[in-house]
Write a protein that binds this ligand. Structure first.
Ligand SMILES: *Cc1c(COP(=O)(O)O)cnc(C)c1O
Length: 398
């Protein structure tokens, strides 16, 4: 391990003896976040009361933190803003994109997309009641399904179940050639691999901050609008903090300038304080180095599991270039296997119907841990240690 990743690992508060391979679902606690939240509570909320919106810079946080995330995803300053949840940001991006292609009616997505993205699109289509159609095809059929009907291509770059990665630049270029706009969901990309939104020509992008960015449960989402589209993009969720002059309390809505118009209402200050602390860790690292280490870890994991657990079938692409920073295997008893692993200190997760999912996060996961995780998985599989009633009891969150 290089000194860089030893340093970043020391920045996290991880429970002793646990190998955490689920940072793709909820990142662990950055040590500085707890103190930072406490300071925001006592020194800002407690001492400054409402004056903290100005004096502690709360009102600018969604933009300031947006710029900090922008550095990780190839977005120019002033093109990313924080707020709400990812589901809401998907809705906002899609509504704005559809309005920019008024003569067209088709939204194209894939069956590997996270259900909430598809649900939000379905809901928007119903609300608009203007004859839009959400067309969902298999991920490998996306390129061929892009045609001149298309209004918007809406994809998640890295599939939450399989870890399969789309070619953002190529598909965006294809969508543009067909006259459509492209929206990219970066839920499993931001902080997981290098992203170059400007270079790929993405029109809109959205993502969350509680997965690879480690800002904690309920942390706000982000939205990116390409600079060239910012003044034309109409915010469907026209909340007061996206207004050109929120404190003019004008009864009529006028969109704010640039990315500001994608704000909706009062931002979650305590969660943004956690995000601010979490992003300090990212300032020290280069995404290229993170990616190199991530590929090493995922390759070692695949090699180890395939060598010791023949009954687990690899779901993720074998070619690292086509994979995000997670590895998934398939087994009909996947849920019980994950529970047995958690009981032995290896935390991954399960996605219905049969996917065992493991996330790899170089900031705090070492090669030695990957090796130890493989050994524990091999023990659980060869000894059928998962085959107990208690491991089949389904909890609300899998
Ligand atoms: C995690 C994830 C979400 C979650 O949306 P929330 O509104 O934050 O709950 C949405 N889309 C994708 C692709 C995800 O991976």
């Amino acid at each position: 391990m290089t000194d860089l990743f030893a340093e970043t690992r020391a920045a996290f508060d991880l429970p002793e003896g646990v190998i955490y391979l689920d940072g793709n679902s909820l990142g662990p606690l950055p040590r500085a976040a707890a103190a930072r939240i406490a300071r925001t509570v006592t020194e800002e909320w407690g001492a400054m009361l409402i004056t903290a919106w100005n004096r502690a810079g709360w009102m600018e946080m969604p933009r300031r933190l947006g710029d900090r995330i922008g550095r990780l995803i190839g977005a120019a300053p002033g093109s990313v803003v924080l707020g709400d949840t990812l589901s809401i940001k998907v809705y906002q991006a899609l509504a704005a994109a559809l309005a920019l292609r008024p003569g067209r009616r088709v939204i194209l997505s894939d069956s590997g997309n996270f259900p909430t993205d598809l649900y939000m699109a379905e809901g928007l289509v119903k609300t608009l009641d203007a004859g839009h159609e959400l067309r969902v095809v298999a991920p490998e059929d996306i390129a061929a399904a892009i045609d001149d009907d298309l209004a918007v291509l809406m994809l998640t770059e890295v599939d939450y179940r399989s870890g399969r990665r789309h070619d953002m630049a190529a598909l965006t270029a294809r969508a543009h050639a067909a006259g459509a706009l492209a929206i990219w969901d970066l839920a499993h990309s931001a902080g997981a691999l290098p992203v170059d939104l400007a270079g790929a020509g993405a029109d809109f992008a959205v993502g969350c901050t509680y997965k690879y960015l480690n800002a904690g449960p309920g942390a706000p989402a982000f939205i990116y609008v390409a600079p060239a589209l910012q003044e034309a993009a109409q915010p469907a969720l026209s909340g007061w903090l996206g207004h050109a002059a929120p404190f003019a309390f004008d009864p009529a809505y006028r969109p704010g300038t640039g990315i500001e118009r994608m704000r909706v209402g009062t931002p979650p200050v305590l969660q943004m304080a956690a995000l601010d602390a979490a992003l300090d860790i990212w300032d020290r690292v280069d995404m290229g180095a993170v990616r190199t280490r991530s590929v090493e870890l995922t390759e070692a994991f695949i090699r180890g599991v395939e060598a010791t657990c023949p009954e687990l079938a690899l779901v993720s692409p074998r070619d690292a270039d086509r994979r995000g920073s997670q590895v998934s295997f398939r087994h009909p008893e996947g849920y019980a296997i994950i529970q047995a692993l958690i009981a032995r200190g290896v935390i991954g997760d399960f996605r219905a119907p049969d996917i065992l999912r493991f996330g790899f996060t170089p900031l705090y996961t070492t090669a030695a841990e990957v090796e130890a995780a493989v050994a524990r998985i091999a023990e659980v599989m060869s000894g059928r240690l998962w085959d107990r009633a208690e491991f089949r009891q389904r909890a609300a969150v899998t």
